[in-house]
Design a protein around this ligand. Structure first.
Ligand SMILES: NC(=O)C1=CN([C@@H]2O[C@H](COP(=O)(O)OP(=O)(O)OC[C@H]3O[C@@H](n4cnc5c(N)ncnc54)[C@H](OP(=O)(O)O)[C@@H]3O)[C@@H](O)[C@H]2O)C=CC1
Ligand SMILES: N[C@@H](CCC(=O)N[C@@H](CSC=O)C(=O)NCC(=O)O)C(=O)O
Ligand SMILES: [Zn+2]
Ligand SMILES: [Zn+2]
Length: 378
């Protein structure tokens, strides 16, 4: 049912790049046509939130409410909304799904194009913001802004899920876990026995591992410069763990991977955002058919490089957003995969914090043993 009233609530605002978030009282305007206002219950913090906060995101602009890995309850809907209703348990989608645009109709990508231009400018599809604080408009982020107790999203950027599943779990299907699992089970076409390598054993990389294990991959080799991730990688199904910094001086990670996979990997995945790692991931692929999938986000100006010969001799370089998953069509099924035990979610939660401690949660993520911190937005 549509509401005409604003809501005053708490949100963590990034007033400018590279500064701690500030907990503020914000006004959240009512949803307009084809918009949904959500009471956010829990949100994860993804490395991409930190990427934008750092100032490295070419689309980054301020002041902004970050957060794109969130779940909550529909509080009100605007005119014309039919896909969700007040009271639904939902996940916000930074990759929307309109079902009508050239991209959605292509059957070749999950990258819906309907609202990407306005989303990239931090505004709603009509070009305006639904957040106000201290007399000024506050920008939206990735069409979600889950670091606010209430947020407004486009109706194509939200999906209802099983209300019996706790939202401190479903929030994590809003980005990292789904991205990694989808990269391994949808974007890559892993056959049983295929040898794969995962570079970076954070939330995304660990979820690639679980996806590859689900596809009955052969060797699942995890490459991370942080030895403490060995245990994590094995917990999610890795068969081998290599810290490149431990290799003999005369051996590099590409040679090592080619050696232990009899010519190279069938698939590799970059989950680090480091463009040099992306090159290693490509060149560790098997001649003739190996595919490397870029997931990591790199800063403005960073570019990848390799010899054209690597591609001429059959290696394929591709990437994916949100694992290639169509949020409105496929997330409810992934939630059920969690319910029936085939998709790990609980195991990713290493930290929990209240909204007031969100800056410490960013610190957790960038130091120590954090895989995912879940923030309680109450
Ligand atoms: N394409 C998409 O749709 C999405 C992309 N992303 C991006 O994916 C990447 C991973 O996200 P997330 O898992 O949350 O990030 P994390 O920071 O949790 O994980 C990154 C992992 O890579 C390791 N690492 C860093 N540098 C290297 C290196 N040179 N060689 C090997 N390992 C390395 C890190 O180790 P250490 O802990 O020691 O730093 C860490 O374990 C990020 O760039 C993020 O922005 C995230 C979600 C969706
Ligand atoms: N604004 C950033 C975009 C970085 C990026 O690639 N984002 C991913 C999701 S990362 C989630 O944690 C993505 O979905 N990209 C597709 C898109 O349409 O943006 C930049 O410009 O670097
Ligand atoms: Zn993310
Ligand atoms: Zn679309």
């Amino acid at each position: 049912m549509s509401s005409t009233k604003s809501i005053i609530c708490k949100a963590a605002i990034a007033w400018k790049a590279n500064t701690p978030l500030s907990i503020e009282q914000v006004e959240v305007l009512p949803p307009r046509a084809h918009e949904v206002r959500i009471k956010i219950a829990y949100t994860g913090i993804c490395h991409t939130d930190a990427f934008t906060l750092s100032g490295d995101d070419p689309e980054g602009d301020y002041p902004v409410i970050l957060g794109h890995e969130g779940a909550g309850i529909v509080e009100s809907i605007g005119e014309g909304v039919t896909n969700v209703k007040v009271g639904d348990s939902v996940i916000a989608l930074y990759t929307p799904e309109c079902g009508e645009c050239k991209f959605c109709k292509s059957g070749k990508t999950n990258l819906c194009g309907k609202i990407r231009a306005t989303q990239g400018r931090g505004v709603m599809p009509d070009g305006t913001s639904r957040f106000k604080c201290k007399g000024q408009d506050i920008l939206h982020f990735m069409g979600c802004s889950t670091f606010s107790q209430y947020t407004v999203v486009a109706d194509i950027s939200v999906v209802s899920v099983d209300p019996k599943v706790p939202m401190d779990r479903t929030c994590l299907l809003g980005c990292g876990i789904t991205t990694g699992y989808g990269a391994a089970t949808i974007t890559a076409k892993i056959n049983p026995g295929d040898n794969i390598a995962v570079f970076g054993a954070g939330c995304v990389g660990l979820s690639v591992i679980q996806g590859a294990a689900a596809k009955k991959a052969g060797k699942i080799i995890v490459v991370d410069i942080n030895d403490s991730k060995r245990e994590w990688a094995e917990k999610f199904g890795a068969t081998d763990f290599i810290d490149p910094l431990d290799l003999p001086k005369d051996t590099n990670i590409v040679e090592k991977l080619i050696e232990i996979t009899d010519g190279g990997c069938d698939y590799t995945f970059d989950c680090t955002g480091n463009v040099h790692v992306m090159r290693h991931a490509l060149e560790a692929c098997h001649k003739g058919w190996g595919e490397s999938i870029v997931i990591g986000v790199a800063a403005a100006g960073k570019e990848i490089a390799t010899r054209p010969f690597q591609l001429i001799t059959g290696r394929v370089w591709r990437g994916c957003a949100f694992g290639g998953v169509k949020g409105r069509s496929q997330l409810p099924g992934l939630v059920q995969d969690y319910v029936n035990g085939t998709l790990k979610v609980d195991e990713f939660i290493t930290h929990r914090r209240p909204l007031e401690e969100i800056n410490q949660a960013f610190h957790d993520m960038q130091h120590g043993k954090c895989i995912r911190c879940v923030v309680n937005m109450a």
